[in-house]
Design a protein around this ligand. Structure first.
Ligand SMILES: Cc1cc2nc3c(=O)[nH]c(=O)nc-3n(C[C@H](O)[C@H](O)[C@H](O)COP(=O)(O)O)c2cc1C
Length: 174
């Protein structure tokens, strides 16, 4: 029984290593974001950490610093202020629509409405995510909503962020 379990663990590790190496060699991910008070930047950094730890190549860029589009997957995020994603991010998507065609794009927003769970789900989808999603509709592989904060970082959100970004990468391989 013990030997069996050990063998099984060995195969899981082998598969994990192969999978991470394969993804790492194949994929280049770019995470693009804007922020006013830093929480979206922190969340984007957690995403980067989550991918690097899985052996995936990733760059992190603020929206006004994007100078090349030589990536397979783009992950683009904005905080929500006064019921809207930031103009800088919406404009970036509009201006570069053509460049995303044929690539995979995932969208995420950071907001406080997430605190209210199901009550605000529809509102978040229609007013926060949709203005970003509709710019890249043909390339969309995922959408995420993360709990932001006003002062102190919410470290509980980190595991959700990492789970989501790894799911996005898997989805973009299909
Ligand atoms: C002036 C102001 C307006 C905001 N408006 C909204 C809003 O309409 N909906 C929402 O869910 N969160 C709202 N928030 C919360 C922010 O989305 C949240 O604090 C987010 O983490 C900010 O991201 P940033 O730190 O990257 O700028 C607002 C926060 C501030 C300070």
């Amino acid at each position: 029984m013990y030997i069996c379990q050990k063998n099984w663990q060995k195969w899981v590790m082998k598969y994990k290593k192969f999978y991470e190496k394969y993804l790492g060699e194949k994929l280049k991910v770019c995470i693009i974001y804007d922020t006013k008070r830093g929480s979206t930047e922190q969340i984007a950094e957690w995403m980067k950490e989550g991918l690097l730890n899985a052996g995936i190549k990733v760059d992190l860029k603020r929206v006004d610093r994007v100078d090349n589009f030589d990536y397979d997957v783009f992950v683009i995020g904005s905080p929500i202020y006064w019921e809207k994603p930031l103009k800088s991010v919406v404009n970036f998507l509009s201006e570069n629509k053509e460049k995303f065609k044929g690539n995979k794009v995932a969208i995420f927003v950071v907001c406080l409405a997430k605190l209210f769970g199901l009550l605000t789900d529809r509102h978040v989808k229609n007013h926060y995510l949709k203005p970003l999603e509709e710019k890249v509709s043909g390339s969309l592989v995922g959408s995420g909503v993360f709990k932001g904060w006003l002062k102190k970082p919410d470290y509980n959100e980190k595991k959700n962020v990492i789970k989501w970004i790894r799911g996005v990468v898997q989805e973009s391989q299909k």
